[in-house]
Design a protein around this ligand. Structure first.
Ligand code: FAD
Length: 538
C-alpha cells in the first residue's frame, strides 16, 4: 500500500472484505460493480485454506441424489445440534452455486456424457463431491476466482496486510485497523467503513499439529469477539484423522477421498483398527476415525494409511497433490503405507451469523469458516465447508447489494495492545503446543481449566495485537470446551463420556463470558506459573 493510501476514509457504498479465500473472492465478485476493497494477509492464491482443499464441494447433483438426502447426512454426523433448516438451505442452493463457479471458470471434472462427475466421501450416502482433476479442487477454485477478481475493476485488492482490530461505536462498525503482515513495528493503517465482511477462515494454526495455513490463526474470530460479537460453538474443532506426519508445519493432508477409493487404516503391526470401532470402518464420521487414529498412536502402535491395494500405481494420477507430499518426504504411497495422525483441520464454531450472514454487530457480516451458521453442528460433514463458504458469500453479497451503506463521518481512533510491562508467560509456540495437548482430540476439565487460565493471562499481557488475538481465540475455544461437560461430535471429554441430552443445543457466548470463567477459575486454583508443554504429543 503506498503512503498516500494510509488511513483511508471510505466513500458511500464502500464495502471492505477481509480474506482472499473462496468466501472473500466470491463475495467481492458477486458485489461487482459495487466498489469493494478486498484485504488479504498473503498474496491472493496463498495463505488460504481454500487453495489446499483436495476433496471438493458437496452438491446433490448426481443421479438419484437429493438435497433432502444431503441434509439427512449432514444432520446425522452433526452430533444432534445441526440446524436442519440451515443445512437444507445449503443443500438446496448447492447446484446453483456450482453453476456460478463454472461460470467463473472453475473446471469441475465431468463424466463421459459431459455431466458433472461426483465422488464419494466419508459419511455421504451418495456420490456427491464435485471435484477438479482428482484432488485439485481448491487450487482450481482459487485460480479461477483470483483471475476473475483481478479482471474486475470494482475490486481493489490490498495484499500482505492483516486486519488486527475492528473499530466500532455503539455496536456498529466504523472501520478496520490493518498492519503490514509480519511487521509488528509497522504503523497501523485505518480504513473507515460502515460495512465489513469477515472471510478470514479458521483457527487451525492455533494448534501445533494442523493442516491449516499459518494465516488461519483465528484473527478474524478474535477481532470480532473483542468488538463484542456473539460467538457460536467455539469448542467444536474438527481434527482430520489423516494428516501426513513427515515433520512439516502445517502437516500435508491425505484426503478422505483416498479412503473413499478403498485405502485402509492400519497400525504398525499391519492390522486394520477401524472395523472394530464403527460399522462404516474407515468411512465413519471424522471424529470417530480421528479418535481411532489417536488411540493407536497413544498406545504406541502408530497409524498408517495404506493405499497399496486400493490404488497402487494409479495413486500418482488420481491424487497428484498427496502423491507429491509423500514423495517429497521420501515415501512412495503406491508401495508404502503413509504415516498419519489427527490434526486440527476445521472450526465448526465462529462468529454467530443469521441466514444472511449478519453478525450481532451492525455492519459486520461473516462467511465461510470464520462464521458459525449452525449447518455443521458439533461435527462437519466432509466437503460441506466449501459449500457453506460459497453459499453464504453469495447471500452476504445479496444482502449488501440491497442496502445503501452510508459514508463514514471521520476516521475512527486506533486500537492498541495494552502495555502493562508484564512479560507474557507463553510464546506463540507455547500457545500452539498447549492447544494441541490441552484442547485437542481428547479433553478433560483439569487441563482445560489450566488452558483457560493461561490464555486469559496471555490475552492480558501479550505485547502484540496478533499474539493477543491468538490468545483471545484460544481462550474462547478452551472456555467453551470447559463449560460443555459432555462428549458430543468432535468434542470429546475423557471426564464426561457420552452426550448429555440437556446439552443438546448450540453454544452462544462472548469474550466477556470467557473472561468471567477465567476469573472464576483463577479464584479456585493456587497461583502457580503455567508450565507450557515442552513437547507436543504425537
Ligand atoms: C488441507 C485442507 C483441505 C480441505 N479440503 C476441503 C475439501 O475438500 N472440501 C471442503 O469443503 N472443505 C475443505 N477444507 C476446508 C475448506 O478449505 C475451508 O473451510 C474453506 O476453504 C474456508 O474458506 P474461507 O474463504 O472461509 O477461508 P480461507 O480460504 O482460509 O481464506 C481466508 C483468507 O483470509 C485471510 N486472512 C486471515 N486472517 C486475516 C487477517 N487478519 N487479515 C487479512 N486477511 C486475513 C487469509 O490469508 C485468506 O486469504 C479443507 C481445508 C484444508 C486446510
Amino acid at each position: 500500500m503506498s503512503s498516500q493510501d494510509q488511513n483511508l476514509i471510505g466513500k458511500t457504498d464502500d464495502v471492505v472484505i477481509v480474506g482472499g479465500g473462496l468466501t472473500g473472492l466470491f463475495c467481492a465478485l458477486e458485489l461487482a460493480p459495487r466498489p469493494v476493497t478486498l484485504i488479504a494477509a498473503a498474496p491472493l492464491g496463498q495463505g488460504a485454506s481454500t487453495a489446499w482443499a483436495q476433496g471438493g464441494i458437496a452438491a446433490a447433483v448426481g443421479d438419484g441424489d437429493s438435497p433432502e438426502a444431503h441434509t439427512a447426512d449432514t444432520v446425522a454426523v452433526g452430533g444432534g445440534i445441526v440446524d436442519e433448516a440451515v443445512a437444507l438451505g445449503l443443500a438446496r442452493e448447492a447446484p446453483a452455486r456450482i453453476r456460478d463457479l463454472l461460470r467463473y471458470g472453475v473446471p469441475f471434472d465431468r463424466d463421459l456424457e459431459g455431466r458433472l462427475a461426483v465422488g464419494q466421501e466419508a459419511a455421504h450416502s451418495a456420490r456427491r463431491i464435485v471435484h477438479v482433476r482428482g484432488d485439485m479442487a481448491g487450487q482450481a477454485i482459487i485460480a479461477a476466482l483470483t483471475e476473475a477478481a483481478r479482471r474486475t475493476p470494482s475490486i481493489r485488492v490490498i495484499e500482505g496486510y492483516v486486519a488486527e482490530a475492528l473499530l466500532t461505536e455503539d455496536n456498529a462498525v466504523t472501520g478496520l485497523q490493518l498492519r503490514k503482515a509480519g511487521d509488528a513495528t509497522a504503523r497501523p493503517v485505518i480504513i473507515a467503513s460502515r460495512a465489513v465482511v469477515f472471510a478470514t477462515g479458521g483457527i487451525g494454526h492455533l494448534y501445533a499439529v494442523t493442516t491449516n495455513p499459518r494465516e488461519a490463526s483465528g484473527q478474524g474470530l478474535a477481532i470480532a469477539a473483542r468488538a463484542g460479537a456473539v460467538i457460536a460453538d467455539p469448542e467444536f474443532v474438527q481434527f482430520h484423522p489423516t494428516a501426513i506426519m513427515v515433520g512439516r508445519d502445517p502437516a500435508p493432508l491425505a484426503t478422505e477421498a483416498l479412503r473413499g477409493e478403498g485405502a485402509t487404516l492400519i497400525n504398525g503391526h499391519g492390522e486394520r483398527f477401524m472395523p472394530a470401532r464403527h460399522p462404516l470402518a474407515e468411512l465413519a464420521p471424522r471424529d470417530v476415525v480421528a479418535r481411532g487414529v489417536f488411540a493407536e498412536i497413544a498406545a504406541g502402535r502408530g497409524a498408517f494409511l495404506d493405499a497399496r491395494d486400493a490404488l497402487g500405481a494409479r495413486f500418482a494420477e488420481k491424487f497428484p497433490s498427496v502423491y507429491a507430499s509423500c514423495r517429497a518426504a521420501g515415501i512412495d504411497p503406491a508401495k508404502q503405507p503413509i504415516p498419519v495422525a489427527p490434526a486440527a483441520h476445521y472450526h465448526m464454531g465462529g462468529i454467530a451469523v443469521d441466514a444472511r450472514g449478519r453478525s450481532s454487530i451492525d455492519g459486520l457480516w461473516a462467511g465461510g469458516e470464520v462464521s458459525s451458521t449452525g449447518a455443521h453442528g458439533a461435527n462437519r460433514l466432509a466437503s460441506n465447508s466449501l459449500l457453506e463458504a460459497v453459499v453464504y458469500a453469495g447471500r452476504i453479497a445479496e444482502d449488501i447489494a440491497g442496502r445503501v451503506i452510508p459514508a463514514p463521518r471521520r476516521l475512527p481512533a486506533e486500537s492498541s495492545a495494552p502495555r502493562n510491562g508484564a512479560l507474557p508467560a507463553l510464546s506463540e509456540r507455547d500457545l500452539r503446543a498447549m492447544m494441541t495437548s490441552h484442547v485437542g482430540v481428547i479433553r478433560d476439565g483439569n487441563r482445560l481449566a489450566e488452558a483457560v487460565r493461561a490464555f486469559a493471562r496471555l490475552e492480558r499481557d501479550a505485547g502484540s495485537l496478533a499474539l493477543r488475538n491468538m490468545a483471545t481465540a484460544a481462550l474462547l475455544v478452551a472456555a467453551s470446551a470447559f463449560m460443555r461437560r459432555e462428549s458430543r461430535g468432535a468434542h470429546d471429554r475423557a471426564d464426561h463420556a457420552g452426550e448429555n441430552p440437556a446439552l443438546a443445543h448450540r453454544t452462544m457466548t462472548t469474550l466477556a463470558a470467557a473472561g468471567d470463567l477465567a476469573a472464576s477459575l483463577a479464584d479456585h486454583v493456587p497461583a502457580r506459573p503455567v508450565q507450557p508443554p515442552s513437547t507436543v504429543p504425537a
